[in-house]
Design a protein around this ligand. Structure first.
Ligand SMILES: [Zn+2]
Length: 153
């Protein structure tokens, strides 16, 4: 089988940030890298799960709601995939991601979608964990430029 594009990324030199992973027609996939792979502890599953709920809720309530295709965690637990229509330009995608993580870092109240009927693992959540992760990450995207979306070779 062919080696898929995401395995072509050199994980040894990867820094925290947001990167363009691939473009398929009008669908743009961004990699949101919150950990330096294999150098730092991965994100707890409970925190990842809560980030997933809060990020998805935020972006689907934003002005870009109908242009959001997908947001979900990487299996290695070092970050997330975020897929949007290309009408969300790269600068807007950065700003939206920054705003979403800032929102999560300050979130108070019930986690959206956390009930047995709405969620596949409703017991495994950590709002405190999600807030801490978001607080540590959103400053990475402050002053982030479109040029920085490109993976280093
Ligand atoms: Zn869930």
């Amino acid at each position: 089988m062919k080696r898929i594009a995401s395995f072509e990324v050199n994980h040894n030199i990867l820094e925290k940030g947001m990167y363009t992973s691939r473009i398929d027609g009008d669908a743009v996939t961004y990699d949101i890298r919150m950990r330096r792979p294999n150098k730092e502890d991965v994100i707890s599953n409970a925190a990842i799960h809560t980030i997933e709920h809060l990020f998805a809720t935020f972006v689907r309530n934003s002005e870009f709601s109908d242009k959001i295709i997908y947001f979900g965690p990487m299996g290695c637990r070092t970050g997330f995939y975020f897929i949007v229509r290309d009408s969300v330009t790269p600068d807007k995608a950065i700003k939206l991601t920054y705003d979403a993580f800032k929102f999560i870092s300050q979130y108070e109240g019930d986690i959206p979608g956390v009930s047995e009927i709405e969620c596949g693992n409703f017991r495994e959540h950590s709002l405190e964990g999600a807030k801490l992760e978001a607080k540590n990450f959103y400053p990475v995207l402050e002053n982030y430029t479109v040029e920085m979306l490109k993976y280093k070779q």
